[in-house]
Structures are given as C-alpha cells and as structure tokens.
Design a protein around this ligand. Structure first.
Ligand SMILES: *[C@@H]1O[C@H](CO)[C@@H](O)[C@H](O)[C@H]1NC(C)=O
Ligand SMILES: *[C@@H]1O[C@H](CO)[C@@H](O)[C@H](O)[C@H]1NC(C)=O
Ligand SMILES: *[C@@H]1O[C@H](CO)[C@@H](O)[C@H](O)[C@H]1NC(C)=O
Length: 269
C-alpha cells in the first residue's frame, strides 16, 4: 500500500540516504558534489567512472574545491588511474586548495567522494575531458624522454599536447632531439612543436619547429620547460622523439641517470 502523499514527501525530504550521486560519464562535461554549491550531505560515498574511447585518456580539472580538511580521513576525494576503487591512486584530496590537474594513463578514471558524519563544506565542481593517449605529461625526473603520440608511427590529426618538465631548483634542462619529422610549412602554421621557458606557454618561446630538420639542442633559462605539440587535420609524419637531462646551473655538469639505482655525473662539453 502506498503511504499518504504527505508522508511520502517528507520521507524523501528528510532522508538524503536515498540521494543518488555519482555515475558513469564519458566525453566532456562537469560533475559536482551533491547539493553543490550548498553543503554536501553526511555519510555519503559517491563514485564516478569516466570512460573515454580506446586510444584516449581522461583529464580532470577541479574548478572549485572545499572539502573538510585535516588528514583527509574524514571527508575526501580520491582519484584513481583506471575504472575501479582498486585502480592505482592518482591522488587523495581534502581542504580548500584546488587539486592539480590530473590525467589517467589509459581510458578510464575513477573518482570517489566520501564524507563522514560531521562537518559539511561546499564540496567541489570538476570538469573532465579526453586527450589523445601519449599526448602530454608532467615530468619531474632528472632526465626523461618525450615522444609525439604513436611515435615512430604517424602522429594523429588534431593533437594539442603539452609536456611540462620541472627539475629540482638550481638545475637547468637540456633538451636533445633524436628524431624529427613534422609536416612542413614556411612558418610552421600547420603542425608544429613549440618549446618555452617556464611552466606553460606564457614564458619566452625558444622556438617553433616543423619539417624534417632536427631542431638544435635547447637549454632552459631555469628549472622548468614546456613543450607544445599541435597538429592540424591533414598530413602527418612520424613526429619527434626527444630526451632531456638536468644540468647543474652553477657547474654546468649533467646529472645523468644511467639506471634506476645509479646516478652518475658526467662532464658536460
Ligand atoms: C590547445 O589547447 C588549449 C587548452 O585547451 C587551448 O587553450 C589552445 O588554444 C589550443 N591550441 C590550439 C593551437 O588549438
Ligand atoms: C651543483 O654543483 C655544486 C658543486 O658540485 C653543488 O654544491 C650543488 O649542490 C649542485 N646543485 C644542485 C642543484 O644539484
Ligand atoms: C625572456 O627573455 C628575456 C631576454 O633574454 C629576459 O630578459 C627575460 O627575463 C626572459 N623572461 C623569462 C620569463 O624568462
């Protein structure tokens, strides 16, 4: 038998236990904590899974963030690299600082928002999108390799990839190209690779490169460097492959990581 309508309404109004949250998403969009921007409910676990097409990864940008702080034991947002709660952890966040931009290494990302029985802040709002797999990264090791998506096979059309390299303060970054083949244009208007000093594309541009001539080695002005790779909708080549090393800014010596466990200093000529 159905309850009287009045009881029925109050039942749902006072028991947020039945509130639906989380879901399965794909493509581009936004999602937010329950009742956002109003305070989120207690004792909730919301799970989102974002699935992109094969060959794409998931990017996640928090637009606002206000979750009970502390040690992230009470209320928190957890982001995982894969489709399930047991996938590798990308980060666990609480407090009022906006988390960094996150990116999966494959087509799915799992997000869990968990709250306890006390304190409720305003929650969060996040935007998700897809990016071509192997397109862009944040690199913080003293040395590393960067290749265009799919290298040495032809790069995809419509790519817009950014690599951020950040090494320890007091070091510079030296970038060396191993191979280079991008669609040619006099001003590199179609497909190009740009290299910048600093984080992002607001710093000094070292150069814009395209065609088949391998760019010279590039040394950054400080401990950060940004690479931007853009391709249009036609013609494609095998792309590029580059490696970088950290150089001690005062001695000019290269800190070359030769294996996982051995660090060797070699003279930089
Ligand atoms: C690449 O993507 C960024 C961020 O979405 C955008 O601001 C920029 O205009 C894009 N660049 C090109 C050349 O499409
Ligand atoms: C650079 O080399 C000098 C001399 O070896 C050393 O004292 C300093 O710590 C090095 N700097 C970095 C950032 O490794
Ligand atoms: C850009 O280059 C100019 C000239 O070399 C230099 O004076 C300036 O400090 C550089 N800016 C940044 C942000 O590195």
């Amino acid at each position: 038998m159905l309850p009287q309508s009045k009881e029925y309404c109050s039942f749902f109004f006072f028991f947020p236990l039945f509130l639906a949250c989380g879901g399965t998403l794909s493509g581009t969009g936004e999602f937010r904590s329950p009742y956002y921007p109003n305070p989120y409910p207690h004792n909730k676990v919301c799970e989102w899974v974002i699935n992109q097409q094969e060959g794409y990864v998931v990017t996640l940008n928090f637009l606002s963030f206000d979750v009970e702080g502390g040690s992230c034991r009470f209320d928190f947002v957890e982001v995982r690299d894969g489709p399930s709660p047991s996938s590798p952890l990308l980060g666990k966040f609480c407090g009022d600082e906006i988390p960094p931009r996150l990116q999966s290494t494959q087509k799915s990302m799992y997000i869990q928002f968990s709250t306890d029985s006390s304190v409720n802040n305003h929650g969060f709002e996040a935007a998700y999108d897809s990016a071509i797999e192997g397109c862009g990264d944040t690199l913080t090791s003293p040395s590393g390799t960067i290749t265009s998506p799919g290298h040495p096979t032809n790069y995809p059309h419509g790519a817009n990839c950014t690599w951020y390299i950040s090494v320890l303060p007091g070091n510079l970054i030296r970038l060396l190209f191993d191979s280079f083949n991008l669609e040619y244009h006099t001003n590199c208007n179609y497909d190009y690779l740009e290299v910048y000093d600093g984080t992002g594309t607001t710093g000094n541009k070292t150069g814009r490169y395209c065609g088949r001539s391998v760019p010279p080695s590039i040394t950054s002005a400080d401990n950060q460097m940004t690479l931007l790779f853009v391709t249009d909708s036609s013609l494609s080549g095998e792309g590029f492959s580059a490696s970088y090393v950290s150089i001690n800014a005062s001695t000019g010596k290269v800190c070359q990581k030769t294996s996982m466990f051995r660090t060797q200093f070699v003279k930089n000529n």
